[in-house]
Design a binder for this molecule. Structure first.
Ligand code: PEP
Length: 249
């Protein structure tokens, strides 16, 4: 059966001393957590955080990786570099990468393939803007993001990935999708997976919700049958909030 996961995306926050302190606080308070925790610091803090979470059950992720294996790509970080410093996961296609850095489904598909080839598990993000939802296009947008981003994968490789549904209008805005809205889209994504692959893969893939998840709304959202946890931004910067969310199943 699929895993419940709570992943904390620290974005471009936390210089290394702050990162180590936050990671330590998460480790020290994680005894009561039964889901899989993943900490996703900025690149610069990954190695220091790795040393802190080393002996715990917490996994480590990165926020992005290059679509290239190595070479003359100044400023880029490859998937191999990330596995080599202890990362098991990488976020691919976060809406901030799509909107601010112009990453499209084609590029993201290359990144997903590349990450998997380097034994990194992609957390592939999808989600509609407010304009797309208000125009009633959200199902189409998400279907396209999923089809073009990850449906070129073989059954074997697709079976390894995690999907995060993150409505853009709910990220960092304090505006959360209702638990019913989240469930509706998660169920839709799972039905796409069933249609494309098979029942086992559809039942086993973890689909996370992201968008202003906080300790006071996590329980209702995580109670929905197709929601398998969360990708947490702002609330992951405070260990007590992150842990409170992770104990909301
Ligand atoms: C995110 O960045 O993936 C996110 C969900 O952020 P927040 O929880 O702050 O909305």
């Amino acid at each position: 059966m699929r895993k419940n996961i709570v992943a904390g995306n620290w974005k471009m926050n936390m210089v290394n001393d702050q990162a180590k302190e936050l990671a330590l606080s998460v480790v020290e308070n994680s005894d009561t957590v039964s889901c899989q925790l993943i900490i996703i610091p900025p690149f610069t803090a990954i190695s220091d955080v790795q040393k802190v979470i080393n002996k715990s059950n917490i996994l480590l992720g990165a926020q992005n990786c290059s679509q290239h294996k190595s070479g003359a790509f100044t400023g880029e970080v490859s998937a191999d570099m990330l596995t080599n410093i202890g990362c098991s996961h990488v976020i691919i296609g976060h809406s901030e990468r799509r909107a601010i850095f112009g990453e499209d489904n084609q590029l993201l598909s290359e990144k997903v393939n590349h990450a998997l080839n380097s034994n990194l598990i992609p957390i592939y993000c999808c989600g509609e803007t407010l304009q797309e939802r208000e125009a009633g296009n959200h199902f189409d947008v998400i279907k396209r993001q999923i089809e073009e981003g990850v449906f070129n994968l073989s059954e074997d490789l697709f079976g390894k990935i995690v999907i995060a549904y993150e409505p853009v209008w709910a990220i960092g805005t304090g505006k959360t999708a209702s638990a019913d809205q989240a469930q509706e889209i998660h169920k839709f994504i799972r039905s796409l997976v069933l249609e494309k692959y098979n029942e086992t893969i559809a039942n086993n893939i973890s689909i996370l919700y992201g968008g202003s998840v906080k300790p006071d709304n996590a329980k209702e959202i995580f109670a929905k049958p197709d929601v398998d946890g969360g990708l947490i931004g702002g609330a992951a910067l405070k260990a007590t909030d992150f842990i409170a969310i992770a104990t909301s199943f």
